[in-house]
Structure formats: C-alpha cells, structure tokens
Ligand binder design. Structure first.
Ligand SMILES: Nc1ncnc2c1ncn2[C@@H]1O[C@H](COP(=O)(O)OP(=O)(O)OP(=O)(O)O)[C@@H](O)[C@H]1O
Ligand SMILES: [Mg+2]
Length: 327
C-alpha cells in the first residue's frame, strides 16, 4: 500500500454560473522518498488539488474521490483529526508566503507555535527548536531573524520560513505549491535545492506543484501534466521527456526557453485556457489544439499507453507522432 494514494480526486466549485469542476478525476501515489510533480498553466487546478488533499479547500468547494493516507480516506475524516494530520503527517508550503504568514507575529513565534501544537513541548524548548529549524532552512542569522516580522524579510527568506513551519513536525509528505514563483533564478535554485535536500534527509514524499515545466523536469521522478482540471499525460519524468505524446505537453515544451540562441521569441500555445465553467465536453484541450478533429469535441479520450510508465489521453496520438517525425 502506498503511503499516500489519490484516487479520482474531483473538486467541484460553486461559481456564479453554477457548479464547475476545478479538478477532475486525478490519480497518483506518493511513497516516502518519492518526488512527483504537477505541471500546467495558471488556473488548471493545481492548487485546488493540493488544498483538497490537505482538507483546506475554500468555502463552497467540495472534494470527492479518495485521498488515502495509510489507507484512510482523509476526505471522510472530521476536521479534528485533519488538524492532527496537517503538519504531523502532511504539510504544505503555500503559493503565497505573504498571505500565509501572520503579519503581526514574529517568525520565531510562528515556527514555535507549529512545534508546540504538534509536539506538545514547552515554550523554551520550542524556541530553541525553532531556531535550529530556521538554521536548517539556511535562514541568514537565525538568532536575530527569529524576532523579525514577515514584512522585514525578503521573498526568499519568507519562503524559507514557510518551509521551516511546514517541516517543524517532521511530516511524511510535503506539498510545495509554486514554492519559488516570485523569486529570482538564483534564489529559486537555492530554495529548490533546499527542498530536495530536506526531502532526502527526512525521507519524505514530495508533491511539487509548478506552472514551469523546466522546474518540474529537473526536480521530480514522476510528473502529471494537468489541463482544465484533468490530467492529460503522466509518467516517469525521463520516459515522458523521451517521447512527449500529448499536444498540450508539446506546447508547454516548445514554450520552454532554450539556451542555444535559435529562438528570438518563444512560441506560445494559441488561445487561452477556457474558464472551468465553460469547459466543453470531450478533450479539455480541443479548443486550442492544432490537431483537433470533430471527435475531440465529443469524446473524452481514454488513457493510452505510450511506453512503460508513460500514458496520455488524446485521440490524435498518431497524428502527433507523424507530425513529430516530419519535423
Ligand atoms: N477561492 C476560489 N473560489 C472559486 N474559484 C476558485 C477559487 N480559487 C480558484 N478558483 C478557480 O479554480 C480553478 C483552479 O484554480 P487553482 O488555483 O487550483 O489553479 P492553479 O493551477 O493553482 O493556478 P496558478 O498556477 O495560477 O496557481 C480556476 O479556474 C480558478 O479560477
Ligand atoms: Mg496555484
């Protein structure tokens, strides 16, 4: 049995125009030491999936399916037991560090509170553990910074504090939602290296969420490509990159910067992601795909096996192969 298994996870939101599914039938597993990535454009449902796993969906959003932690479906657990599981078993580094840190408390207090709640240790012990944790996440001058307020820290430092809070209680699973979006490239690499080091040191499972295929490609063993709330391609990272099958993933790849100077402007995927309440039946990408045929608008494709540990959902896989072979 996997440590964490997500089965048919679906998140339904109430919108002004009725109910809409932000996440549709997501399936994956995470074990200790495993790293898995979710990639896709803004609005495709990545954060909703992470929040649903943590039991932290916004009001009005409903999760169905299963989020099995050691075989127990967290979607059926009462809030009291979820509160216990969050932090201790599963922790999340949120997309917006500034909104998830409390502006009126020092960072030391926020890290030590996380420790006190879960470890039931006294205030003094918590402060010294918090300092050690802030040192472990390589926050500069932790003895002094422990008394800083979030607004006094740089974006990278705030992200380190968020990671310290997430790790304070030694979770088995870490969900990192766009942990580096607002940071410059050098700091981005440092934070991703830090997370990778901690995942290894504490033998955690990692779910890394990013809109950036380059980040996902370099940092995870397996990846899921999401579009319009649904997974369209998944597999072992190297297998997927050796033979990308879905037109949407190919579009994401073409939009990745290269360093050979051959491209002046990056190609973009035509059109925009439809709002979730406007998603047509059939393949969610049909409206933007160059290879769409009539059936794409009507039939939701089944999973096709592309290779060992690599699957995709597309009716036009042959056309993709022909086009790739010709180019
Ligand atoms: N609080 C909310 N209430 C209602 N709908 C929401 C809420 N937050 C997000 N949504 C909608 O849910 C869908 C999925 O959003 P989600 O935040 O999961 O996307 P995402 O993939 O994380 O995007 P990003 O890369 O911008 O973070 C979007 O269509 C979004 O408009
Ligand atoms: Mg998000």
């Amino acid at each position: 049995m996997a440590l964490l298994e997500v089965r048919n996870l679906t998140v339904t939101l109430k919108t002004r125009r009725g109910k809409a599914r932000a996440v549709r039938d997501l399936n994956f597993k995470i074990d200790r030491g495993a790293t898995i990535g979710i990639v896709g454009e803004s609005g495709c449902g990545k954060s909703m999936a992470g929040l649903a796993m943590m039991g932290l969906l916004p009001d009005g959003a409903i999760a169905t399916g299963e989020v099995l932690l050691d075989g127990v479906n967290l979607l059926n657990e009462p809030e009291s037991s979820l509160r216990h599981i969050r932090g201790k078993r599963m922790a999340m580094v949120f997309q917006e560090p500034m909104t998830s840190l409390n502006p009126v408390h020092t960072v030391g207090r926020q890290v030590s509170e996380a420790l006190r709640i879960h470890k039931k240790i006294g205030a003094r012990a918590a402060v010294s553990e918090a300092t050690a944790m802030l040192r472990r996440v390589e926050l500069r001058d932790p003895q002094r910074q422990i008394n800083s307020y979030p607004h006094q820290l740089s974006g990278g430092e705030r992200q380190r504090v968020m990671i310290a809070i997430a790790l304070a209680c030694g979770p088995d699973i870490l969900i990192a939602d766009e942990p580096t979006t607002a940071l410059d490239v050098t700091i981005q690499r440092q934070i991703l290296d830090l997370i990778a080091g901690l995942v290894e040191e504490f033998d955690m499972g990692l779910l890394l969420i990013s809109h950036d295929l380059a980040i996902i490609a370099q940092r995870v063993q397996r990846l899921l490509v999401m579009y319009g709330g649904a997974c369209v391609e998944e597999g072992e990272t190297r297998a997927v990159f050796a033979g990308v099958a879905h037109p949407y993933t190919l579009g994401l790849m073409a939009a990745m910067p290269r360093f050979d100077g051959t491209l002046d402007r990056l190609p973009t995927i035509l059109g925009t992601v439809p709002a979730i309440e406007d998603l047509p039946p059939g393949c969610p990408f049909a409206g933007r795909c160059e290879l769409t045929i009539g059936a794409c608008h009507e039939i939701t494709p089944d999973w096709s096996e592309i290779g060992p540990d690599h699957t995709a959902r597309c009716l036009r896989l042959d056309a993709v192969r022909e086009r790739e072979a010709a180019s």
